[in-house]
Design a protein around this ligand. Structure first.
Ligand code: ADP
Ligand code: MG
Length: 325
């Protein structure tokens, strides 16, 4: 006989509260916020077929569902505290639930972030997590703080998740080991939580990369009222992506999506603190460009792409079409 709703919650999701003042089992959970701190919160939904493929192993789905939320806390420089889980399941599949909860709690425990409540219902597979983190009053990193003259940085490597997606789509093929490497980047992103906190008071603005570098950068530029120059040859990517044709590299690094790296700005004078933050967090950081003044008042935010010599590089949707042909 299959588990009922409450048995399912008890077996797979109910664990004793640790940091929370009140955890699972009541009508509300209760969180304490120490004085001098503010609560940072974000919510991300994952829908099968849109945000993940049915080929994704349950354990990795559990990881990714929380990872994309922790990435939002990281972008704000917040320390993870707790999360809620709203789950729609087509049926009670215990093999799925065991794997899902294992992947979910492994990442949660790695970041000291505890599950404090949620909702469980029957329906098409859908996972909605809300995260709660702490940040010192007025200390959150924002999208709006980029200033003319700031350097532009990115963490880690870009584009592997998109490369893996293209393999799933059948537009290109990779040797087995290479495919597993990029597939892991797509399915098991590592949220840059330690880096985000280390960048508080150092970075002037930050955002996490979920929709692709150019799109996410444009959010920062618009909110900050500035333009940017990006050095296309400086964009960090893996050896696997580096072995691909230049058009594929550019598509994946510039408009890839699902990277979950941090994109941030800092004044040149803070370069030593930026590299110290990267070392403290154990994450490679790459300077990929700089913030420049608004070319034309009232116009949309603009990113100029240049090569190593400073010559303009065109990046059109055409290269995207070419790739997909
Ligand atoms: P209510 O009827 O008040 O909405 P529920 O009966 O839905 O509460 O849930 C009972 C308890 O189990 C609540 O504390 C709720 O937060 C928790 N809960 C429900 N689903 C989940 C889940 N998927 N993960 C964690 N906690 C859950
Ligand atoms: Mg309910």
């Amino acid at each position: 006989m299959s588990l009922g709703e409450f048995d399912l919650i008890k077996k797979y999701f109910d664990r004793p509260a640790r940091r929370a003042a009140l955890g699972i089992g009541d009508d509300c959970a209760v969180l304490a916020v120490p004085s001098g701190m503010q609560l940072a919160t974000s919510c991300d939904m994952l829908v099968e077929g849109r945000h993940f493929l049915s080929t994704l192993a349950p354990e990795r789905l559990g990881h990714k569902a929380l990872a994309v939320n922790l990435s939002d806390l990281a972008a704000c420089g917040a320390e993870p505290q707790a999360f809620t889980l709203a789950l729609a399941l087509p049926r009670v599949d215990e093999a799925f639930l065991a794997g899902f909860s294992r992947g979910l709690f492994a990442l949660a425990d790695a970041h000291g972030c505890e599950l404090i409540g949620g909702d469980t219902t029957r329906g098409p597979l859908n996972i909605c997590i809300s995260v709660f983190g702490q940040v010192p009053v007025a200390g959150a990193l924002l999208r709006s703080g980029a200033r003319v003259g700031d350097d532009l940085y990115v963490s880690g490597a870009l584009g592997d998740a998109r490369l893996a997606l293209e393999v799933f789509r059948g537009t290109l093929t990779l040797a087995g080991g290479d495919f597993e490497t990029v597939r892991r980047a797509m399915e098991m992103p590592q949220p840059r939580v330690a880096l985000g906190q280390a960048l508080r008071g150092v970075a002037s603005s930050a955002i996490d990369l979920s929709d692709g570098l150019l799109g996410d950068l444009s959010h920062v530029l618009r909110r900050s009222g500035v333009d940017a120059v990006v050095e296309i040859d400086a964009l960090p990517c893996s050896a696997v992506l580096r072995a691909q044709p230049v058009a594929v590299q550019r598509l994946c690094t510039l408009s890839g999506g699902d990277d979950y790296e941090l994109l941030f700005t800092a004044p040149p004078a803070r370069a030593p603190q930026v590299s110290a933050a990267g070392i403290a967090a154990g994450v490679a950081l790459t300077r990929i460009g700089r913030i420049v003044g608004r070319a034309a008042a009232g116009h949309a935010a603009h990113t100029a792409l240049v090569d190593a010599k400073g010559y303009a590089v065109m990046h059109h949707a055409a290269s995207f079409d070419h790739f997909r042909a």
